[in-house]
Write a protein that binds this ligand. Structure first.
Ligand code: ZN
Length: 207
């Protein structure tokens, strides 16, 4: 059983570990499992590993990958194997019965017989989480009108302070103050909240 010996293979990858430690909000630290490519949670020095075993009442075949959600903490229970420390929930649907389940990366790989895409989706989502975390700390500047702005990735993002102290956000789809502005709805209490609203509007979670 390669799966069960895999926790011995977990290697140190200092850079990745430190980035993930920044992203993780809860005490659970995350590492990439070199055997499966899946993210595995770790408490202190204890590595907790999801192990695939088909739940008795589930069909073995016909599962398709639907989407992934970051629940923020590693406390979701895999609906197939009951592993209790899932952070990234993979949603699967059965083509024959149409039932949907949410499972961890390892079970998603086995049930869909796809050992590539679930872990890549998980990495995409983690990468986005890291970019979102750094986004408010990028090179935001004050314009001559007192607005905060950022030029990034072909967009200009501008935060304006409203008469009641809240912040409004707009962005352009081209790297120019002259192009058309798209307003992100709502008022935000702090510049950081407004910045993150712009991030979510510009970079929605891919499904
Ligand atoms: Zn599982």
């Amino acid at each position: 059983m390669g799966e069960q010996t895999a926790n011995l293979n977990v290697g140190m990858d200092d850079q990745r570990t430190s980035v993930l430690a920044m992203i993780a909000v809860k005490p659970t630290r995350l590492r990439s499992d070199q055997h499966s490519g899946c993210t595995i949670p770790q408490m202190g020095t204890t590595v907790m590993k999801e192990t695939f075993r088909l739940r008795d009442d589930l069909p073995r075949r016909g599962w398709v990958w639907i989407g992934i959600t970051d629940n923020g903490t590693g406390d979701f229970k895999c609906q197939n194997c009951s592993f209790p420390h899932v952070r990234y929930e993979h949603e699967l649907k059965n083509k024959k019965t149409s039932i949907r389940i949410r499972v961890g990366c390892i079970c998603a790989q086995h049930l869909t017989d796809d050992f590539t895409n679930p872990k890549l989706r998980e990495r995409d989502l983690k990468g986005r989480a890291g970019r979102r975390l750094r986004w408010p700390t990028l090179n935001w500047r004050f314009s001559s009108k007192g607005n905060l702005y950022l030029k990034k990735g072909g967009n200009v993002i501008v935060l304006k302070r409203g008469p009641r102290g809240g912040w409004a956000v707009s962005y352009t789809l081209r790297d120019s103050f002259e192009s058309e502005w798209v307003r992100v709805g709502g008022w935000y209490n702090t510049p950081d909240e407004a910045k993150l609203a712009a991030f979510d509007a510009l970079y929605p979670v891919s499904r």
